[in-house]
Design a binder for this molecule. Structure first.
Ligand code: MN
Length: 717
């Protein structure tokens, strides 16, 4: 374990002006805050922030970032507060610690990991200051180094998978090659320990038992030397994970594994890079499609080098990288090195701009001209134009920048939007026009009586919400015109002492080419037509008695949703219509998931329901829901339908035995049907109402234990 003074020494080596007293204060604060806390390894907790700070020092970072490394878990895991840190240190450090704490609070679940790309964008968007992300990556690196101490295998695997899905690609994105490869290897070791060891052994074997590598190095060296170029040649061992990926991709076996090294030529300038490339392509046969010019087209993270692959002097493929010293440093420790290098060679650089690269990093990420990287950059651009917010159940929803809770409601479902009454952001009720920020958790409160109003058009920014509101309002306007037209018409009838039914309007509709009476009234409401014209056309001496039907209010809209109670299910937006799926009939206590139906609310299925397969390609429709057993207990008469099939021996008294057992289990039978009767047994279909899964399990156990029962199963579909 690194000690504080060793950490300070390490920092002073690259930054003579480091604020040692600040770093010491951060150390002492962290020590006091963590007190006697222990790591899973049994070591004092303090070793963790120290190691994290040390990883950050390896990346040659500034005082504030390293202090943040020391303090990063204090707010999350101890009684310390951001306010204290701001008072004792400074607002910059407080903001960084706050940022890291917020990132830590994002809970991962498998579904989020499945949305890894979204998640990476979210992370980038949340780390307004890229240093927050660097601390988080250092934190993850140390946690991965000590992963073996975690007791539960499932939790180790989950952490490793997250690392592979999210953190390693993030490190790659910002050019931290060393962090990326370490994270990948550690994660791979945890996920596939046997493969890891086999590759490791094979690499060891190739290195010690095969002189192919030294012979290749020798040959390469002599070829380049002939041209009188100054250079430095070395072999770089590939990482275990990268070898694994290649073997997977090419279907190679372990004993075919020979190219464990990539050869690297370092030269003094860019011109020599291309000269060396020419020499190598002259001497060996280049493998088509493998040449990459990252010098003229740097990777988005700033990486530059020439890559090529050739058939080497002994007939095997070899990979060669060609680069300058400066390019090399960038490749190893990211854009950080780029700026440090610039600075060392440029006297005029202002002290204050030493860590300017941190701020410019995001620009660099996006400034690539390489067409290959173009798509990726376009994707990355999204996070500037979007905010990522959470539903109450933790789903990430992406909305345009400037979006409000109303946009969120319409993103869930247009009915939720239409009925949106108020919203809570991070637990607090806010006005509907409140701007959302990345990381906010939104809860929508709906009310059946609520409906869109024209003012809403000004509140929303998403196309989806605007379209839905406009469509609704257009219909509303028309309803209003029809209502008004009818009123005008009826008044006119009264005045003229005429009685007119809708069906009497036929000649009027004909003349003005109108579809139906409603359209006629709308025209009257708009002032395009007048009742008098109609009276002239349909004038008849005998007009029938006006009937009840005539007073149908056209403006009245039918309520379409047959709503079952959503009580007892968490994760729904209140007011959403809920149906229990008839195919699997979920009961409380079982894992469930909601499927959103257009215009029909949500259907709740059991997570193992076969019918869910058909929605697999429509991830938008899935909504994660949970039973709220506490709430269910309050509703006494709430019961859930389950269909059972029982096969039982046909003998006197067996049916009454069954019904007594069901009755004693305190379960209500709603339907009972003998489906088939053979000589010695019945097939019975029985619908029962249960309170929850324990209730059901108990019932099934009781039935199964009846001597006359041969078979019992719960029916699906
Ligand atoms: Mn930590």
């Amino acid at each position: 374990m690194i000690r504080q003074y060793e950490l300070i020494d390490k920092i002073l080596k690259y930054n003579k002006k480091a604020d040692v007293s600040l770093l010491n204060r951060a150390y002492v604060f962290s020590m006091k805050a963590h007190g006697n806390q222990k790591r899973a390894s049994g070591e004092a907790y303090l070793t963790h922030p120290l190691e994290v700070a040390s990883i950050l020092a390896d990346l040659k970072l500034d005082d504030a970032t390293i202090a943040t490394g020391l303090l990063h878990d204090t707010v999350e895991d101890t009684l310390a507060t951001i306010e204290e840190i701001e008072k004792l240190f400074n607002p910059e450090i407080a903001q960084l610690v706050d940022g890291v704490t917020k990132l830590s609070r994002i809970s991962f679940n498998n579904k989020v990991v499945e949305q890894a790309e979204n998640f990476r964008k979210l992370f980038l968007a949340m780390s307004k200051d890229i240093r927050v992300l660097l601390v988080k990556l250092a934190d993850r690196t140390h946690n991965m180094r000590t992963l073996e101490f975690k007791k539960k295998e499932a939790s180790r695997k989950r952490t490793a998978q997250e690392t592979l899905d999210i953190f390693a690609p993030l490190a790659d994105r910002i050019g931290l090659y060393s962090v990326k490869t370490e994270l990948e290897d550690l994660a791979f070791k945890s996920l596939h320990p046997e493969e890891y060891v086999r590759i490791e052994r094979r690499m060891e074997f190739v290195k010690t038992h095969d002189d192919l590598i030294p012979r290749t190095l020798e040959h390469l060296e002599s070829v380049i030397k002939e041209q009188g170029i100054e250079f430095d040649l070395s072999g770089r061992e590939k990482t275990i994970f990268s070898i694994y990926k290649k073997m997977e991709k090419k279907g190679l076996a372990f004993d075919q594994l020979t190219d464990i090294l990539a050869y690297r030529v370092m030269v003094k300038d860019t011109v020599d890079c291309y000269r060396v490339l020419g020499v190598i392509h002259d001497a060996y046969k280049a493998i088509p499609g493998r040449f990459k010019d990252y010098i003229s087209n740097p990777k988005p993270n700033g990486y530059q080098s020439l890559h090529t692959a050739v058939i080497g002097p002994y007939g095997n493929r070899i990979e060669v990288q060609i680069r300058t010293q400066e390019m090399h440093e960038i490749a190893e420790s990211g854009v950080a090195a780029h700026w440090l290098y610039k600075q060392e060679n440029d006297q005029a650089v202002n002290e204050g701009t030493q860590y300017k690269w941190l701020k410019q990093l995001l620009e660099v990420i996006q400034s690539s001209e390489d067409p290959e990287e173009f798509l990726e950059n376009t994707k990355l651009d999204l996070f500037k134009e979007n905010v990522f917010v959470f539903s109450p159940s933790g789903d990430i929803i992406s909305l345009p920048t400037g979006a409000t809770p109303l946009d969120f409601a319409y993103a869930i479902h247009s009915e939720v939007g239409h009925k949106c009454q108020s919203a809570k952001v991070n637990g607090r009720i806010v006005p509907l026009r409140t701007q959302l920020h990345t990381g906010d958790q939104i809860e929508i409160v709906t009310n059946k009586a609520q409906a869109p109003v024209p003012g809403w058009r000004e509140i929303v920014v998403s196309a989806r919400a605007r379209t839905a509101i406009n469509r609704y309002l257009r219909l509303q306007e028309r309803d209003e015109q029809v209502r008004l037209g009818r009123e005008i018409f009826e008044k006119a009838c009264k005045r003229e002492e005429r009685k007119v039914k809708d069906s009497d309007l036929a000649p009027v509709l004909d003349k003005y080419k109108l579809e139906n009476a409603e359209e006629y009234y709308a025209a009257v409401g708009q002032g395009r037509l007048f009742p008098k014209q109609a009276f002239e056309l349909i004038f008849e001496p005998e007009v029938e008695e006006k009937t009840e039907e005539d007073s149908i209010n056209y403006a009245k809209r039918k309520d379409v949703s047959e709503q079952e109670s959503a009580i007892g299910i968490d994760g729904l937006i209140s007011g959403m219509a809920v149906h229990m799926a008839g195919c699997c009939n979920p009961v409380p206590g079982e894992s469930i998931v909601g499927i959103i139906n257009t215009g029909r609310g949500v259907t709740i299925h059991r997570k193992d329901c076969n019918n869910l397969n058909q929605f697999e390609d429509q991830p938008d429709r899935w909504i994660s829901v949970k039973w709220n057993e506490g709430q269910l207990e309050e509703v006494e008469d709430r019961a859930f339908l389950v269909r059972l099939r029982i096969n039982m021996v046909n003998q006197p008294g067996s049916l009454s035995e069954l019904s007594t057992a069901v009755f004693n289990a305190n379960v209500n039978i709603c339907d009972f049907h003998i489906e088939r009767k053979v000589t010695d047994s019945f097939d019975i279909r029985c619908d029962v109402e249960v309170k929850n899964v324990e209730n059901l399990d108990h019932l099934m156990k009781v039935i199964r234990n009846l001597p006359s029962v041969n078979l019992l199963e719960r029916l699906q579909g």
